[in-house]
Design a binder for this molecule. Structure first.
Ligand code: ASP
Length: 350
C-alpha cells in the first residue's frame, strides 16, 4: 500500500460469485455475468438523494465467479492477492461474495491483509439482484457507503443494515435477509435511517492496526486437506478421531468441543490428541455453543485437552480459528511461533 488513503479514488467492486449476481438457469441459480451494467441499473433506481451519497466505483469480476459453497483456501488466496495488488488505486474495496462461505473468506482476508489502512467490505445477498424483494441492492448500497470511510481500517462484512468485523462474523440463518451475526463482538457500524454510522472505538484502527504488514503465503499445500474441522458428539471414539489426525496430510485441526471447553475424559481419545500434537500438528479448540468462549481447564473434563497440547481458541468463531490455522501453517514458522501467534490476537479475532 504505497499510496495513502484518499476518498477521491474510486471504490473497487469485485464480484466473486454468489446469489447476488446469479440468474435462473436450467440447473438452478448460476453466475449471471455483466455485473457492471446490472449493478449500475439497480443503483439507478435508488432515490436521487441516496444515489448522491454513493462513491464513484469500478466493477470487476473474478475470472470465474463461483457459488461460494465451492470455495477453497485457494479462492481465499486469489482474492487476497487481487485485493492487495489493487488496493493502492482505490479508496476501498467491496467484495460481492456468496453468503454460504462468506464468513470464512472474510476471516481469511483479515489474516492476509493485516495492517489494512482502508476498508475492505464483504457483502452478498440472500436473493438475486433482479429478484422480487431482493436484499441485494440494499446490501450493495450499504457496502459502498462504508467503503470510503477512512476510519474503517479492516476487513468487515456489511449485511442487512449492519457492519460486522469480518473475522468475527458467522452466517446465522439460511433464509432470512438478516443472515449474519457477530456473536462475540459488537457491531462496527450500522445504518440508522438514511445515515450510516460507525463506532470507531470498536474498530481495529483504534485497537491494534499497526503498520501495513500483508501476509500472502501460498495456501496450496493446506488446500489439499491440511486442516480438518472436527465437531465432537457424545460417544465419539478414539479411532474416529485417529482416522483424521493420523493421516499424514493433516497438519492441523480445529476441535469444536462442549460448553466452556470440555471433552470426554477418555484416555484413548486424549491419547490420539497428544500423539498428534507431539508430532507437531497444530490443534486448537473452540466451543460448539453459538455464543461465548472457552477456558480450557476450568473443569476436569477440559484439563485433558490442555494436557494433550490443544490450544484454546478462546471466543473465536470456527471460521476465524480454522482460517487462522491455515494461515499459520502456510508460513515457514517454527512450532513455537505458530502457537504463540495462534494465542495472540492478530486482527481482533480473539
Ligand atoms: N450458494 C450461494 C453462495 O454461497 C448462496 C448465496 O450466495 O447466498 O454462493
Amino acid at each position: 500500500m504505497t499510496a495513502p488513503f484518499s476518498a477521491d479514488r474510486p471504490v473497487l467492486v469485485l464480484y466473486a460469485g454468489g446469489t447476488l449476481g446469479m440468474v435462473a438457469s436450467p440447473r438452478g441459480l448460476a453466475a449471471g455475468g455483466n455485473m457492471n451494467a446490472r449493478l449500475r441499473s439497480a443503483l439507478a433506481t435508488l432515490p436521487p438523494t441516496r444515489q448522491a451519497r454513493l462513491p464513484a466505483f469500478v466493477v470487476k469480476e473474478t475470472d470465474e465467479p463461483i457459488d461460494s459453497s465451492a470455495a477453497t483456501a485457494m479462492d481465499w488466496q486469489r482474492l487476497g492477492h487481487t485485493i492487495a495488488k489493487a488496493l493502492p488505486d482505490y479508496a476501498g474495496v467491496v467484495v460481492l461474495h456468496g453468503t454460504d462461505t462468506l464468513a470464512w473468506t472474510a476471516a481469511s482476508l483479515a489474516y492476509q491483509l493485516q495492517g489494512l489502512d482502508r476498508p475492505v467490505i464483504v457483502t452478498g445477498a440472500m436473493r438475486p439482484l433482479e429478484a422480487q424483494y431482493s436484499d441485494a441492492l440494499a446490501n450493495v448500497e450499504l457496502a459502498l457507503r462504508f467503503a470510503t470511510e477512512p476510519r474503517l481500517q479492516e476487513v468487515s462484512v456489511a449485511f442487512a443494515d449492519k457492519l460486522f468485523r469480518g473475522v468475527r462474523t458467522r452466517k446465522r440463518h439460511s433464509e432470512a435477509s438478516d443472515a449474519f451475526a457477530s456473536p462475540n463482538y459488537p457491531l462496527l457500524g450500522e445504518r440508522v435511517g438514511d445515515d450510516t454510522v460507525i463506532y470507531p472505538a470498536r474498530g481495529l484502527e483504534a485497537q491494534q492496526r499497526g503498520a501495513p504488514r500483508f501476509e500472502l503465503p501460498d495456501y496450496a499445500a493446506l488446500a489439499a486437506g491440511g486442516v480438518a474441522r472436527i465437531v465432537l458428539w457424545p460417544g465419539i471414539q478414539a479411532w474416529q478421531l485417529a482416522t483424521w489426525l493420523e493421516d499424514n496430510r493433516v497438519q492441523g485441526a480445529l476441535l469444536e468441543v462442549w460448553g466452556g471447553g470440555n471433552a470426554p475424559e477418555d484416555p484413548a481419545l486424549l491419547g490420539v490428541l497428544a500423539k498428534a500434537t507431539g508430532e507437531g500438528k497444530l490443534l486448537a479448540a473452540v466451543t460448539q455453543c453459538p455464543h461465548g468462549g472457552i477456558a480450557i481447564g476450568q473443569y476436569a473434563a477440559g484439563l485433558g485437552l490442555a494436557e494433550a497440547g490443544v490450544l484454546s481458541g478462546d471466543a473465536m468463531t470456527p471460521e476465524a480459528a480454522l482460517t487462522k490455522l491455515v494461515h499459520l501453517l502456510a508460513q515457514p514458522l517454527d512450532e513455537r511461533e505458530r502457537k504463540r501467534r495462534f494465542l495472540t490476537a492478530l486482527v481482533g479475532e480473539r
